[in-house]
Design a protein around this ligand. Structure first.
Ligand code: ADP
Ligand code: GN1
Ligand code: MG
Length: 358
């Protein structure tokens, strides 16, 4: 396949077209380049991963709608992701291989952390995602495309889980009976968010769906939150998804695939830091029910993600990247531990949320 980087570069309106671009950052999904422009400014050029994202046009429509909305509402050049149009005035460029490219303004004097170095870093990510929610509270979420249909439809995830048990494609079902039973015993919980979205008691929101620290830019000097990046999985959904996924990943004391389950739990101090930061940044944009259900969001995302790992294990590891045989099983076990720990700490989680709103 021909190298289309230069083709992509030529599609944009540079004062002087750059001859090349350097690979940049530590993202796992897209191919990211940094472009130094002659006037000293820098830009980010990205090739969208079309193997992961099957609907790139819809994806780019979502990204353009959200970034245009945000950039019209903030003067701070580092306050949101800003998309640069092509020479033809389009939001992305399609090359001769059928790959999709886009250019963003480079967020200057910023850092992007792979892991929190302190609880304060985690709190700053909460502020970034809380502000994102607040800034988009009046955005018509239903106009966004569902780029990955039924992504957090936990009831549908149960359907797929049960299908995987019945098909037993990898012949592993008998060896994970205990893990299977853990999830089956909690099926009643699955509808708590989706049913309320369906009947309107929970509002439909713009959700980011990848609310990890490495999708937040912090100021290099102050380490304070600047903005949220990586909007590829922006979709309509519940605010509880984004909050919950941050807790699932960031308030855990261990890696997703930690084998020593004694070192895995949901850290209440981190839970409090995220919750305080998130609620203070959301301001009055969340409803009473959303706030009350924050612990449900945390448990739902952890339950769902763990069940997705087990589904993939039963299917023979075809969705999540694995580097060793039992990795998806290890991942599901940490998530079972986290869900059990949340159940044990439920009263404290509820109290932390209440206190944060006082
Ligand atoms: P991926 O989907 O591959 O994770 P991201 O959009 O998160 O791609 O970008 C990968 C990395 O590139 C980020 O972690 C960040 O370090 C850097 N990056 C992305 N956009 C910008 C930007 N506008 N300004 C500065 N750095 C950026
Ligand atoms: C995937 O792309 P990555 O690794 O950040 C997955 C998330 C899961 C996460 C678990 C599109 O995210 O939903 O929470 O793995 N993303 C997609 O590690 O399926
Ligand atoms: Mg990213």
């Amino acid at each position: 396949m021909m190298d289309t980087l230069f083709e992509a570069l030529k599609a944009y309106n540079w004062k002087e077209c750059p001859a090349t671009a350097e690979r940049y950052g530590h993202g796992h999904i897209n191919v990211t380049y940094v472009i130094p422009a002659p006037d000293g400014a820098r830009y980010i050029l990205q090739k969208v991963n079309k193997n992961v994202f099957k609907k790139p046009v819809e994806l780019m429509e979502n990204v353009a709608a959200v970034t245009n909305y945000l950039s019209a509402r903030t003067d701070d050049p580092r306050g949101c992701l800003r998309l640069i149009p092509t020479k033809d005035g389009e939001n992305f460029f399609t090359d001769s291989n059928g790959d999709y490219w886009r250019v963003y303004v480079f967020i200057t004097d910023s850092i992007c952390l792979q892991q929190a170095e302190s609880g304060e870093d985690f709190r700053q990510s909460a502020i970034a995602f809380g502000e994102f929610q607040k800034q988009l509270k009046d955005f018509p979420a239903h106009t966004l495309h569902e780029v990955i249909p039924h992504f957090h439809d936990t009831k549908d995830r149960y359907r797929m889980f049960k299908e995987a048990i019945a098909n037993n494609k990898a012949g592993r079902a008998d060896s994970v009976r205990e893990e299977i039973d853990f999830y089956l015993a909690r099926e009643d919980f699955a509808g708590l968010i989706v049913d309320k979205l369906a009947d309107g008691s929970l509002p439909l929101r713009v959700t980011h769906n990848d609310t990890k620290l490495n999708n937040v830019m912090l100021d290099k000097r102050t380490r304070k939150a600047l903005c949220v990046i990586d909007l590829d999985t922006v979709m309509p959904g519940s605010a509880l998804y984004d909050y919950g996924d941050s807790i699932r990943f960031g308030a855990s004391t261990a890696a997703e695939d930690e084998k020593d389950l004694n070192s895995v739990w949901m850290d209440l101090e981190l839970y409090k830091m995220y919750t305080d930061g998130y609620l203070s940044a959301c301001g009055d944009s969340l409803t009473e029910l959303e706030i009350e259900m924050l612990p449900v969001g945390a448990k739902m995302m952890t339950l769902e993600c763990g069940m997705r790992f087990l589904t993939d294990y039963l299917d023979g590891d075809t969705y999540f990247k694995t580097t060793y045989e039992e990795q998806n099983l290890d991942r599901t076990r940490t998530h079972i531990k986290l869900v059990s720990d949340m159940e044990a700490k439920w009263d404290e989680m509820t109290r932390i949320v209440k206190e944060a709103t006082k």
